[in-house]
Design a protein around this ligand. Sequence first.
Ligand code: FEO
Length: 602
Amino acid sequence: MKKITDSIYYAGVDDLTIDLFEGQYKVPEGMSYNSYVIVDEKIAVFDTVDVRFSHEWLDNLAEILGDRKPDYLVVQHMEPDHSANILSFSKVYPGAKIVGNAKTFTMMKQFFGTDFEDSRVVVKDGDTLSLGSRSLTFVFAPMVHWPEVMVTYDAADKALFSADGFGKFGAAGGECAKPEDDWACEARRYYFGIVGKYGAQVQALLKKAAGLDIEKILPLHGPILSENLPYYLNLYNLWSSYMPETEGILVAYTSVYGNTKKAAELLADKLREKGCPKVVLTDLARTDMAENVEDAFRYPKMVLATTTYNADIFPYMREFIAHLTERNYQKRTVAFIENGSWAPMAAKTMKAMFEKSKDLIYVDPVVTLKSAMSDGNKEQIEKLASELCREYVAQSPDKADKNDMTALFRIGYGLYVVTSNDGKRDNGLIVNTVSQVTNTPNRVAVCINKQNYSHHIIKQTGIMNVNCLSVDAPFSVFENFGFRSGRSADKFEGQEVLRSDNGLVFLPKFINAFMSLKVESYVDLDTHGMFICTVTEARVVSDRETMTYTYYQNNVKPKPQTEGKKGWVCKVCGYVYEGEELPEDFVCPLCKHGAADFEPIA
Ligand code: FEO
């Protein structure tokens, strides 16, 4: 007889003969069907076991009960691995009440032809049942893993009877998990295989459980969890929110004649070389599908390599992707290797299968083998490995490029039109270097290139307006204010202008706010001057999003006309400088940015 607490006993059984759990999951370590008994003034039994273990289970109950009889059978889950012996229980213990919810009894009628009309207790979410010195609280957990599932909380022993939740493959015999056990290995495979689709429902259950004082979790499969509960709860939170658990990359392939396999192996080698902390290479035709599904969810990145087959993809890959998408595969980075001797289309087919998956990032290049790996493919694989390992390389103390000044482009700049007036006419200039530097009082710093006429004006007048461009601003705004000088051009020519209290113009369109600034101090930064200003007026015009430099680059700036040209292209405005070498002191004639903002035409 296995005692868990002074009142809770284990009545479950181990199944060491089963080959496939639920008809598909390999369970080399067997399976346990857990059942529990709470002995109080009244006695409650929790769930039955698989049909092949009726006698062992009834024997266990008899041993625990002695001369007493159970008052209740609580049915938390109607899947047959737990419900198969409800009828045999009711025959042996006809005086016991069957406790379930409305859905439980609907399923009972379907399975057994009876819904125990005369001996049932139908509970609602949050209902309690007194056993004397303790009360049980029933908490519905629909779709964890069937719609009728409920879990039960026993406040006296601070025990959560968690149904399929926190279950695990492997015989466990009513033991408690120990810290040295690798609980997560088979619990993860179980979770993603069986409950993985229902992340949102598990999250809902975890939220309900967070309000309970829990010292023990008693699942219907696997060991009892009684130590270090935050570890298990944290894993369940990660898994059910579809967050990756371990840094690394899964490379999953199928191969008909070994050529796709060679490409996958080469990629795996390159990933290891470049410092990927864990690379899992798996042949989908020869390994356990549930293990592969588990790994796809465990790691943040996955590369799929397969052949074009019958104008589709190889069956094991199709099956694998179907397993992932039906379990809501999401929030991951994915790359493809395809092979096809005459019409390769596997990458396109694979990507289409993920069409409904949320938050996937696809990494280029797609590697396309034509029959066997070419030198070009090897270069592509090298490039793909570099892309996939970019963050690992950057995190490495010895592999990282520690002098990559393109990092500065990642600072989140907004784009602004700074307006001023030289006493004769209004002027405006595009800048990206505006930031609030203090808040009591509000001070804003604006950096302007000394070559710009606006710098000269503001230095003299000490005032400016900063117009915050919104994402609807067209390229013409940048052409007007950014690509010509106010010394020679009237940027507001022919326009009816609006003015703020300081007399300067603010833009009538394409901004979400503007502020009037008064220069308080000035810092000479050689090429640029920094104006530190107080805010004298500030108005919000719309709720449209602020135009960022990145948004401008991706959505507003026309693609530079570099085709057939050799030389350098301005990253700010797309101006093309044709020539072998870009002079160090070169300044873009359009936007006035220096040589540092140019890149070679690829
Ligand atoms: Fe262990 Fe969903 O049955």
